[in-house]
Design a protein around this ligand. Structure first.
Ligand code: MLT
Length: 404
């Protein structure tokens, strides 16, 4: 008789956003006359920028002619896109990253889940609490954690790093040294940012202790403050201890198109084995490349016109973030995030649990958010709202919350 991967049985409930969607759909079926506003999952709502649409059209046209048709993409991604990334996201910021250290993929979610495959299952992981659940769940699936301890509300053999209002939602360096450290800044779900100085401490810690940092920079386009780094490679020594994940979803609205990339510097070694070669082997074996037309659209993100149009798109969502933050604050809510990130993290009022507040908001204001406890124990009593709605819906949702 075959056996299953019983690590999956350790997972808690279903994927957070599936639960939120299920509950929302059930409410909508029961109350078809209510206009529900979804500020739950961080999914963009504005159409793709004109330059992206034009580029997609052109690339589709190329696919219709024998001379310009493209089949499988190169393993690591097309050179034109990797060069544009290296130049614009790294060299222009003074980071030494070359095109051949960039692996193009179908998005940061897949990469953040898959990257753990190149590491031993004996490694200990450290995650922020609250955390984007993909980092943790994929390690559970791989068997890198122990059982879920129901009483403690966490998995055994995982180093949880509390991110609370008291530490500005930036974790302390762990006393017990982890092998793999997951960091995401600007942070999902808390919207907190890390200064370059604090991130440098993590890089120094990882280099000193032989840990690897998996750094998710999916929200860097939302940074507004000067001392907040856009990439971990702005810190000295990060090339020997850090892998960085990037997404085109939030800076260019590609949640439906799918495009991302991962940087594995060639200096990142485990003994005499380069992690770059392991990830290249994995990528080549299991992935056949993001579509040509999407990679061309990715290249257009870095054109002069693309930069201008996307700055406007990001500014649109930043305006929503500011609106949510300021109005909820004036209404007496305890609110965080929103300044360098498209997420607003608020305390549920009157001691409500996160899920109680979810139900209350859905029922009374017909607004959907994400319960903080779904991201971990330290997220209990918190709630996340996204700035990715339309401005009109955002204003309407906040008015309804203010009126409660
Ligand atoms: C979120 O809402 O946390 C994100 O949209 C999820 C993702 O990017 O996969």
């Amino acid at each position: 008789m075959f056996k299953i991967n019983d690590n999956y049985l350790r997972l808690q409930g279903s994927y957070l956003f599936s639960t939120v969607a299920k509950k929302t759909n059930a409410f909508m079926e029961k109350n078809p006359d209510r206009k529900v506003i979804r500020l739950g999952i961080g999914d963009v709502t504005q159409p793709l920028a004109p330059v992206i649409i034009d580029t997609l059209h052109k690339a589709v046209e190329e696919m219709g002619h024998a001379e310009t048709f493209r089949g499988y993409a190169p393993d690591l991604g097309y050179e034109f896109l990797r060069k544009a990334i290296a130049e614009n996201d790294y060299r222009s910021r003074g980071c030494e990253i070359t095109a051949d250290e960039i692996f193009v993929s179908d998005g940061a979610k897949s990469d953040s889940g898959n990257i753990q495959e190149i590491f031993s299952t004996d490694n200990t992981i450290a995650v922020c609490d609250p955390v984007y659940t993909v980092y943790l769940d994929t390690n559970v699936m791989a068997g890198r954690t122990g059982e879920f301890d129901t009483a403690a509300g966490c998995f055994k053999n995982v180093i949880y790093m509390p991110c609370l209002a008291e530490n500005n939602f930036v974790p302390e360096l762990p006393g017990q040294v982890p092998d793999m450290i997951y960091l995401c800044f600007p942070n999902n779900p808390t919207g907190a940012a890390i200064t370059k100085e604090r991130l440098q401490e993590w890089v120094d810690y990882a280099n000193k202790n032989g840990s690897v940092i998996i750094y998710d920079a999916a929200y860097e386009a939302y940074i507004t403050e000067e001392d907040v780094p856009h990439s971990i490679y702005e810190c000295k020594g990060a090339r020997t201890c850090a892998i960085e994940l990037h997404s085109f979803s939030k800076n260019a609205g590609f949640t439906g198109l799918r495009l991302g990339y991962t940087v594995v510097p060639k200096d990142l070694m485990c003994g005499d084995v380069s992690l770059h070669s392991l990830w290249a082997r994995r990528h080549g074996t299991k992935f056949n490349g993001a579509p040509y037309i999407v990679q061309r659209a990715g290249e257009a993100v870095y054109s002069e016109e693309g930069k201008k149009q996307l700055q406007e798109q990001v500014a649109y969502y930043q305006k929503n973030a500011k609106y949510i933050f300021e109005h909820l604050k004036s209404a007496g809510y305890e609110v965080y995030g929103g300044v360098n990130a498209p997420y607003i993290w608020l305390k549920a009022p009157n001691g409500m649990t996160s899920w109680e507040f979810f139900d209350f908001l859905l029922e009374k204001a017909n607004v959907v958010g994400t319960p903080g406890s779904g991201f971990g124990k330290c997220g209990e009593n918190y709630f996340r709202l996204t700035a990715f709605g339309s401005f009109e819906n955002t204003v309407e949702a906040i008015k309804r919350i203010e009126a409660l």
